[in-house]
Design a protein. Structure first.
Length: 300
């Protein structure tokens, strides 16, 4: 009988690309990973990996085995979910990946509720960009991801992940109270310095497209993924930006906020692996996040 743990190592090579990356993700040494995969090759009696430069490539037979491994892991996850559902308390560990504005606006309240209502549940949170977090949740690094989707910019989809709407917020033009000539519309910022997230982020792509639709190429002088740093640059009269309303949760805006044409809104959703979606810990986390999001929406 094939060893499922070794089969999972082969799947990890498929997901992460190199033996070193697999070793780092699983807390093993590269030599230990290599030894286990060599034993798996002996078990199946065919070559599974071929060296390609500094990396490795899966053979067609390895691809077949990985496909079956994914099915097996999903079955095991469903079995764990069913077993957990038979218990009267929510226990164990749940790993949550979340982007910055949601981490600031939603997670403090949600974590307090989870700690009070489910004291036996250990919640671990890591900040990740949505595109990365969705991939890593599919790869089984996280159990729940809170992600975002900008208008006309579809977030990446993985077949093993579901998607449940959580909330939405308006996106507005943020300008300083003083320091620039009067700004009444997006077009008025054509000659002003901008701050945006680094290239590759969905928010950056959306912001650039919004400026181009308004008839100009934005002068992006400052790049940072930290929205709090962006706010400070706007407050100090050094930049303008497009800001989602969620960043103002719990405080009054410290900059001027102007409506954009069409009043665009960002969608925020949660995703989990379908096989584990009925786990009590996942259900509890989603239910608390939904309550928290509703409370935050009432404050805006």
């Amino acid at each position: 009988m094939l060893d499922v743990r070794r089969m999972n190592l082969l799947r990890e090579v498929k997901v992460r690309g190199t033996l070193a990356a697999v070793a780092e993700a699983l807390g093993l040494s590269p030599s230990a990973v290599s030894q286990q995969l060599a034993l798996l090759e002996k078990e199946v009696g065919v070559e599974l990996l071929r060296k390609t430069g500094r990396g490795v490539q899966l053979t067609p037979q390895a691809e077949i085995l990985v496909s079956h491994t994914s099915d097996i892991l999903e079955s095991l996850e469903r079995a764990e979910a069913d077993l957990a559902s038979s218990l009267t308390t929510v226990t164990g560990r749940i790993r949550v990946a979340v982007f910055q504005s949601a981490a600031l606006a939603l997670m403090p309240g949600a974590l307090s509720l989870l700690r009070r209502e489910h004291p036996d549940l250990r919640v671990e949170m890591v900040q990740r960009e949505p595109e990365t977090a969705l991939y890593e949740t599919w790869a089984r690094d996280f159990d729940v991801v809170i992600a975002e989707q900008y208008p006309g910019h579809a977030a990446v989809r993985h077949p093993e992940l579901d998607r449940v709407h959580l909330t939405s917020d308006a996106i507005r033009l943020a300008v300083p109270h003083e320091g620039f000539s009067p700004v009444d519309s997006l077009a008025d910022t054509a000659d002003l310095p901008w701050v945006m997230e680094p290239r590759g982020a969905a928010s950056r792509h959306w912001a650039e497209q919004a400026c181009r639709r308004a008839g100009f190429e934005p002068d992006v002088r400052y790049e940072t993924a930290d929205l709090q740093a962006q706010i400070r640059l706007i407050e100090s009269g050094n930049a303008v930006a497009l800001m989602p309303d969620l960043v103002w949760t719990g405080r009054e805006p410290s900059v001027r906020l102007l409506e954009l044409n069409g009043r665009p809104r960002r969608s925020i959703f949660t995703s989990v692996r379908r096989a584990g979606s009925r786990r009590p810990a996942v259900l509890a986390c989603r239910e608390v996040l939904d309550r928290t999001a509703r409370q935050v929406a009432l404050q805006r």
